[in-house]
Design a protein around this ligand. Structure first.
Ligand SMILES: [Zn+2]
Length: 354
């Protein structure tokens, strides 16, 4: 069963706000994307699209909210829907950021060059492309008002994780091996910390700046504090007063071969994900094909989910060679019972702006 996120997560101590609302888009066994709506934050183009398959079921409103596109690699099944994003945003005054592996800027530039752009020089749409290589992240800019003709070099920075960090979440990446580089992503809300106000009152402690330090754990292991005439270790005060909720984590891994080194890296990368979207392209009996085409088997995927203590595993990128896709599900569930097929969204597209 697909678990929808609710807007507010209530518990007995208070209210935590959720920010990330993912939903798979496309059709079952089709080229997919994951649309991650980012709510409860300021700014209109906040949503994130992971990969760019068949996105005809994404609504106009949702297209306009896209600010970031995370691309695993530039094979056609992961980028076929790019033109829809372009088309829907053509009259928007915004910058879309595309993150992908080496050569992404050239791929996007060629794609943009596939159309004629006269009569649209008043458009304010800008497309920024970040190429992640082993050591560097290179950034380029394309402007609609120039007919996307020039590839402007912006800057290069050392490769770093997280690649994006906002006030509410961070995006991390992992480089995978699909013969070419493929990139996996995780998006994680920041952990939330709240004060148990009732306990604070009961302990006779004041509100104030010190609580911020307590939340941030900026105290030494031996520090104490006087409470009602007794010295109490700060660790104990922290435990009593602070409610800590780990942030929601979504991970996305597709199009990679598995070897020992990558297995270790991927498992660490997706550790404790609330939702892992991961390819289950082949049955394990066809592992030779999986290796030949640099893909994962359903069993390999399930083992990663199990070892990484993932909560929900969604199987994507299923090979069409199997007339019964439920064999892939069965294989994954025999290792990781909480494996499931994602339920694809069916929101409808509305009129374009022009
Ligand atoms: Zn693929």
């Amino acid at each position: 069963m697909f678990l929808a996120r609710v807007n507010l997560n209530l518990n007995i101590y208070g209210i935590f706000m959720n920010f990330l609302f993912p939903k798979p888009v496309g059709f079952f066994r089709d080229d997919h994307s994951i649309y991650v709506d980012v709510k409860n934050v300021q700014g209109k183009a906040q949503s994130i699209l992971i990969d760019c398959g068949n996105n005809h079921t994404v609504s106009m409103k949702e297209f306009l909210r896209i600010g970031t596109l995370l691309v695993s690699h530039a094979h056609i099944d992961h980028l076929i829907g790019f033109d829809n994003i372009l088309r829907m945003n053509l009259r928007e005054n915004k910058r879309i950021r595309i993150i992908g592996p080496d050569s992404m800027a050239n791929v996007i530039h060629h794609r943009l060059q596939g159309y004629m752009w006269n009569l649209i020089y008043d458009s304010q749409l800008e497309i920024e492309v970040w190429e992640i290589s082993a050591r560097l992240i290179k950034k380029y800019l394309f402007l609609c008002r120039e007919g996307f003709s020039k590839k402007h070099f912006m800057e290069k920075i050392p490769a770093q994780n997280p690649v994006i960090k906002t006030d509410h979440y961070e995006i991390r990446y992992i480089r995978l091996n699909h013969d070419i580089t493929s990139i996996g992503y995780s998006i994680t809300e920041h952990d939330r910390f709240r004060i148990r106000k009732k306990c604070l009152r009961e302990m006779g402690l004041p509100e104030g700046q010190w609580l911020k330090q307590l939340k941030n754990k900026t105290f030494s292991p031996n520090d104490t504090m006087q409470v009602n005439g007794t010295n109490i270790p700060m660790q104990a005060i922290y435990k009593n007063l602070i409610i800590h909720e780990p942030g929601f984590k979504l991970s996305y891994i597709t199009d990679t071969i598995l070897n020992n080194s990558l297995k270790k890296k991927i498992t660490e990368f997706v550790k404790n994900s609330d939702q892992l979207y991961c390819e289950a392209t082949f049955l394990h009996k066809d592992i030779k094909l999986a290796r030949q085409y640099y893909h994962l088997t359903a069993k390999q995927t399930a083992l990663i989910a199990k070892e990484a203590d993932v909560k929900n595993l969604f199987l994507i990128h299923l090979s069409l060679r199997y007339s019964n896709p439920f064999l892939l599900l069965k294989e994954a569930q025999s290792v990781f019972p909480n494996a499931q097929f994602p339920v694809f969204s069916d929101s409808c597209m509305v009129k374009r702006k022009i």
